[in-house]
Write a new protein. Sequence first.
Length: 77
Amino acid sequence: MECTDGVSFTYTVPLPMARLEVAHYFRDGAATTFVHEVTFKGLLGGIFGRQLGGRFAAALPGVLKRIAALAQGKPTH
């Protein structure tokens, strides 16, 4: 796990013959943008991506709303 306060955090989850890499970071521009990247790597990364990628994509809007609420100091429940 790597964390740069106020900038980014990343972590890796080991999988059989693969790994899941997750990165969260802020990108500044006209408005601050929060970026969430999920990558499956390794020999079986493509298989895990096909099996789990849709679930990650479906959960992402809710995750980003909770992160935005936390950043704005609002309750998340």
